[in-house]
Design a protein around this ligand. Sequence first.
Ligand code: FEO
Length: 164
Amino acid sequence: MNKKLVTALNDQIKYEFEAAFNYLAMAAYFEEQTFPGMAHWMRLQYEEELAHANKIFDFLSDRGEKVNLQALSKPVSNFKSPLDAFQKALKHEQKVTALINDLYALAVNEKDYPAQVVLQWFVLEQVEEEKNAGDVIEQLKRIGDDGPALLQLDQQLAQRQPEA
Ligand code: FEO
C-alpha cells in the first residue's frame, strides 16, 4: 500500500480511540450527574468508536501493513450541562468527518480500491454519527430548563440499542 495512506490510516486508528475516550469521559460525566440514560447512550458510542478503530486495524493487518498504535490525548472531562456535552460530541464528530473525507480523497488519489470501499462505510457512518448527536442536541434545546422533560429524554436515551 501507499506509505502516506498507511500512515493516515494509522493516524485514524488513534482518532477513533480518542473519540472512544471522549465518549467514555462523557459517560462518566452523565453517571456523576445521575442521567443513566445519557450515560448509556455515551457508553454505546464509546463501544462504536472502539469498533471503528478495530475495523481500520483489521484492514491494515489484512493488507499486510504494520499497525502503529499511538499515544492518545487526554479527553475533555468538564461539561457545563448535558447540552454542552452533546455539543462537544457533535463538534468532535464533525472533526472526524473531515478526517475521513480527507482519507477517502487520498485513497482515490492513490487508486487504492479496497481502501476506498472500507472508507465508503466510514463516510456513511459519519452521516449517522452527526445525525445521532444532532438529534439529541435539538431535543435538549427544546427542553431548556424543563426538569421533568429532561428526565423523560434520559429515559428515552436509555432505550438505545447497540448497532447490529
Ligand atoms: Fe468513529 Fe464517531 O466516528
